[in-house]
Design a protein around this ligand. Structure first.
Ligand code: NAD
Ligand code: HSO
Ligand code: ZN
Length: 429
């Protein structure tokens, strides 16, 4: 047994296991009725008692007495005093990069085109008015998530962006929210924060849409409340997957897997490879790296949800990875562009040995709020378009309407909707 950086004895976790796609999917999709029941109870409490419920639940789960949920300007100014200038500078750099990439995604406010004489069609794009961002804060604090959610929303043009985050808010989170341009900040977390933003309370005015990641309680609350509020997608416990062949560097593979494992005990990671010797090499590296990891106990817990899959060739490995549909996918193979072209399901893709997941987590400018638990089969990560909605636009001349009249008349007749047909006839087109 070796000594760890924090001087506590390092006990090697149980060796990682060979799993299959089915194991991964079952493990990631598994939900307990207990979480659902707890969250249903929290939502009802907030619906009934508003701020009073938020106070009680915050005391119960976060062990904090909150008198006023809204964070004041003075508290934000005080947070700047507590945060190193280097941190402020790097938060600004990260915000710049996120804004740069998200600006590229902005659609025009409107486009129109004459598809045939007298028939002009188009799309008008409008930002939402009021959006709520959830910034997790249980087992770690996330200034980077404050940037990811708020910069994306503000770049999209949302007028009012509010944020909820639990407990004693880390000053770096307050600074990040301020740099990002957040309009209102509330100290409340968990399912109760989601319920407050969806239903509204005395202190928190309700929003049109809630975005942002969180633990199982937060994610369940978003799912349960989506009949009354828009949500982005389920963004739960972090996941990493690496698709590697014999050219991969085991140290790098191990580092990316272990990094996402440190988010929380429900995180998970998987290596899919066509090289049967790689899992042992990666395990060896993980054990070396774990010795110096302050959060290695959490990583050891994540390890229980994790494993490796050996496929007979790269084509099968790719197919398996598409079934895994991970939040983050690293491609570490000889011909990464060929593999990239065959990937259908992944939240964010990191191509080549010098593209660690941490680059997307913090700095490159892509958004780190991503679908987990297999939702990458049907959802995208956070984009500017999620903060906007579109209206289609059409403009016809008399001649344009005349060209469409036979189609309208016939189809209205088939449906027995005479008044529809009449609205064309009356125009003498
Ligand atoms: N997918 C993504 O894009 C993404 C990005 C960043 C972080 N994450 C994930 O977000 C998660 C953050 O989780 P966290 O726990 O650190 O913070 P969190 O803010 O999501 O959850 C903390 C809150 O959970 C509630 N809670 C805790 N135990 C509870 C219980 N027994 N019953 C009811 N409510 C309870 C409390 O109200 C607490 O305020 C991690 O799993 C991390 O991997 C995901
Ligand atoms: N990897 C997380 C998304 O699953 C995002 C994050 C924030 N800080 C570090 N990482
Ligand atoms: Zn991360």
């Amino acid at each position: 047994m070796a000594k760890a950086a924090n001087d506590q004895e390092f006990v090697e976790p149980e060796k990682w296991k060979e799993i299959d796609e089915e194991y991964w999917i079952q493990n990631r999709m598994s939900k307990t009725d207990e979480v659902k029941e707890t969250v249903e109870g929290i939502i009802e409490q907030v619906r009934k008692d508003g701020d009073k419920a938020l106070r009680e639940l915050t005391k119960k789960f976060d062990k904090v007495d909150v008198e006023r949920f809204a964070v004041s300007r003075e508290e934000i100014e005080a947070a700047y005093e507590e945060v190193d200038q280097e941190v402020v500078d790097e938060l600004e750099n990260a915000a710049f990069n996120i804004q740069r990439f998200h600006r590229m995604q902005l659609p025009p406010d409107m486009w129109t085109t004459e598809v045939e004489p007298g028939i002009t069609l188009g799309v008008k794009s409008t930002p939402l008015n009021r959006v709520g961002c959830y910034i997790p804060g249980g087992l770690a604090s996330y200034p980077s998530t404050a940037l990811m959610t708020v910069v994306a929303a503000k770049t999209a043009g949302v007028d009012e962006v509010i944020c909820c985050t639990p407990g004693q808010i880390n000053p770096a989170v307050l600074v990040a929210l301020d740099i990002a341009g957040c309009d209102e900040i509330y100290r409340v977390g968990g399912a109760q924060a989601i319920a407050a933003m969806a239903l509204g309370t005395e202190s928190i005015e309700k929003v049109q849409k809630i975005v942002g990641p969180g633990n199982r309680f937060v994610t369940e609350a978003k799912i349960l409340l989506q009949d009354i509020v828009g949500i982005d997608f389920p963004a739960g416990p972090s996941e990493a997957a690496v698709l590697a062949d014999s050219s991969a560097v085991p140290e790098f593979v191990a580092a990316d897997l272990v990094a996402q494992g440190e988010h929380g005990p429900s995180s998970a990671f998987v290596l899919v490879t066509d090289d049967p010797s790689l899992p042992d090499k990666v395990w060896e590296q993980m054990m070396i790296q774990l010795k110096d990891e302050p959060r290695r106990d959490i990583i050891a817990q994540s390890m229980k949800n994790s494993g490796y899959i050996v496929a007979k060739d790269m084509e099968l490995a790719i197919e398996i990875m598409n079934g895994v549909a991970p939040e983050h996918l690293c491609i570490e193979v000889k011909d990464p562009m060929d593999v990239l072209s065959k990937i259908r399901n992944a939240g964010s893709i990191f191509v080549g040995p010098y593209t660690p997941i941490a680059a997307g987590d913090y700095a490159s400018g892509t958004n780190h709020v991503l679908p987990t638990s297999g939702y990458a089969t049907m959802c995208s990560g956070l984009t500017v378009s999620m903060f906007r909605k579109t209206s289609t636009v059409q403009m016809l001349t008399k001649e344009g309407l005349a060209a469409l009249a036979p189609t309208i008349n016939t189809l209205a007749g088939v449906e027995g909707l005479h008044a529809h047909a009449n609205s064309v006839k009356i125009r003498n087109a």
